[in-house]
Write a protein of this length. Structure first.
Length: 264
């Protein structure tokens, strides 16, 4: 009797179909974090988030995927804007509690210890954006292209916005530089991480002085793998201005974040 693997191979040959490895090129990931930080800025007002996604990766290096998380920054901004404008919101979005990212790209390695990654990322923020918004207001949906070069456990990534950026209109050219190191300690399951990032907004609504939207962020982390469950602690801090204080909550302040994640 043919084994399942041999039977699959026989069927593929007869039908002139491509033969795939026994392990499918799909993966899923789930995580729970005590505070969802993105580029050092809390997306949940300091509260926990449940996150997850899935990816398809081809043997050539091409990949495509989607990832989502609960958020509150858009609805919090909406509420703060309404308070500041006599009940008429001019920023943010109502009923906006989800971030859904979609992306595709190509990554591979070369010269043994080097790797690269180039791609496109779309941040989607479904919600209600009232018609009462000022002309300068924009939907938060954002398109970015990115490129990364890495060597062993160090990487440098550059992201470039193609238009409106996280609700800031006419901000094409806004960019983010991400220098990261993740060093695995052999035979321990422990990985030590460090990161520096620089968010640089462009356009007339980028702000200046105490309302500037550009900032730097720093992060240090330690993760431990427990049989596939990765538990982590991260300290993050930014020099973001008062522009990132919403409903009296400083979204870029120094915080410690706990997390647990699993990839299948």
């Amino acid at each position: 009797m043919l084994s399942k693997r041999k039977l699959l191979l026989f069927i593929c040959l007869c039908a002139d179909l491509p033969v795939f490895a026994e392990e499918a090129p799909f993966s899923t990931n789930v995580s729970l974090v005590s505070n969802y930080l993105y580029r050092g800025i809390s997306q949940t007002g300091g509260k926990p988030a449940v996150q997850g996604g899935f990816d398809y990766t081809h043997s050539s290096g091409f990949y495509v995927g989607a990832w989502g998380s609960n958020i509150s920054w858009l609805s919090d901004t909406y509420a703060a804007s309404a308070i500041a404008n006599a009940g008429v919101a001019k920023a943010g979005a109502n009923n906006a509690g989800l971030e859904l990212d979609t992306y595709l790209g190509f990554k591979n390695s070369f010269a043994t210890d080097f790797n690269y990654d180039v791609g496109f990322l779309r941040y989607n923020y479904p919600g209600t954006y009232p018609a009462t918004f000022a002309p300068s207001a924009a939907r938060a949906n954002t398109d970015e292209v990115y490129g990364l070069i890495g060597w062993k456990w160090i990487s440098l990534k550059y992201s470039y916005s193609l238009g409106n950026t996280f609700g800031v209109a006419d901000a094409r050219g806004t960019d983010y530089i991400d220098l990261s190191a993740n060093y695995p300690i052999a035979d321990t399951g422990i990985t030590l991480g460090a990161h520096y990032g620089k968010q640089d907004y462009k356009g007339q609504y980028a702000g200046s002085g105490s309302t500037a939207l550009s900032y730097d962020d720093y992060r240090f982390s330690v993760n431990k793998d427990f049989s596939g469950y990765v538990v982590g602690l991260t300290y993050s801090k930014t020099n973001a201005t008062a522009a990132y204080t919403v409903l009296s909550n400083d979204l870029g302040k120094g915080v410690v974040v706990a997390s647990v994640s699993r990839t299948f």
